[in-house]
Design a protein around this ligand. Sequence first.
Ligand code: GUN
Length: 294
Amino acid sequence: MSAFIIDGKAIAAKINEETRLEVEKFRAAHGRVPALAVILVGDDPASQVYVRNKVTTCEKLGIASKMIALDADTDEKTLLDKIAELNADDAVDGLLVQSPVPRQIDEYRVIQAISPDKDVDCFSEVNVGKLLVGRERGIMPCTPYGVLELLRRSGISCRGKHAVVIGRSNIVGKPMAALLMQKLPEADATVTVVHSSTPDIATYTRQADIVIAAIGKPRFVKGDMLKKGATVIDVGINRIFDEKLQKNRLVGDVDFDEAVEVAGAITPVPGGVGPMTIAMLMRNTLVAANLRCK
Ligand code: GUN
């Protein structure tokens, strides 16, 4: 029997519609709309696509957006000065620098330079700290929060379940684990984190009720690594050359064709987690705008 396919595109569209209505309310209350500034340094083609998607989604939801494109040879000081200018700009609610940045720039310093109240990626130490403490529910990490929303809106509870997160990145793995273990109705899971140095990852994933794959390796999770009926969330976006099709295509970190036969529910790539990340970025921009107006 084939698994239930979780339609991230449809769920993200629903969330975006909710955000659009909230943006209208914000405009009525404050006489302006929330605004997001996105800085792109260099000409990485994938980053250009991601940034364009962010800007178009802003337009659809009535959020103002500003795209700042800087040359690939931009030095760190120029970028930090630009961030300082946008931090001080009252018309800007959310600010992000698209990752990766060119080698001459220290990404850590760039992230910490963004004012935490505008850090809509939730990458700064202050916001990651707030996430771990779990007291405030303001700006949330986009992809991990998107995963929780996908599960909640698909009627899949995490409470008391064993969730295995594959990957320990600052963008996905670590905040995903932190969120899943929170004492919240949509989380409350028992969490295991495995990564590139874990021997025999399958030992862990076979015990998982929920597998979240964010390891950046194409089709890493095979059908025989899963427990029958498990929920499989694929965060991976890998561009591979498909020998059969003789062209490039996107695949996740999960071998979908195998996993779909074992899992109870699964996200596809594309059309699973991807659209949720942008939907959560839009939500964060609205949240940041509301918090700044308090
Ligand atoms: N590059 C890949 N994912 C992301 C993200 O979520 N935010 C930013 N700023 N850059 C990224």
